[in-house]
Ligand binder design. Structure first.
Ligand code: TYD
Length: 135
């Protein structure tokens, strides 16, 4: 998979003086159906998350609060994306190695995922991931 398939998606934003509203619908704003939602919170300063690739999972990563960076790697190219707005989502396609770092204090990272949790869908070792890419 090519890193250029991973893109920032601008989500609808209903601006309102009472507070803004953003929504995501399965298969509409994003190119997959949502089977799972999870979020990272109470992340200590200096922490790093991720450090794996998924075989078949599609994800949308959103900074619901605060900010953090996502480093994407397709085995050839690397790209660092800073997320800080809750109406932007970073679409991550399968077979992309990702690391998350630079979390601001109080940040919340929400991830919409195309499948339920399945440990068999992970590459957790970088060399194993590179080998899979070369097949
Ligand atoms: P992991 O995906 O490695 O977290 P991160 O990429 O954010 O660093 O998951 C950490 C642990 O949580 C691991 O033991 C698996 C478990 N987990 C679930 O049980 N369900 C889930 O939906 C997710 C994402 C993780």
């Amino acid at each position: 998979m090519n890193i250029d398939l991973c893109k920032i998606i601008e989500l609808p934003k209903i601006a309102d003086p009472r507070g803004n509203l953003t929504f995501v619908e399965s298969g509409n704003q994003i190119p997959f159906d949502i089977q799972r939602v999870y979020y990272l919170y109470d992340v200590p300063g200096g922490s790093e998350r991720g450090g794996h690739a998924h075989k078949g999972l599609h994800q949308l990563i959103i900074a619901m609060s605060g900010s953090f960076d996502v480093v994407l790697d397709d085995g050839k190219k690397k790209k660092r994306v800073h997320l800080s707005r809750s109406y932007y989502g970073l679409y991550v396609c399968p077979m992309i190695w990702r690391e998350l770092d630079n979390f601001s204090s109080g940040s919340v990272c929400m991830v919409l995922a195309s499948n339920k949790y399945d440990e068999a869908d992970y590459y957790r070792e970088y060399p194993e991931y590179l080998t899979a890419l070369s097949k």
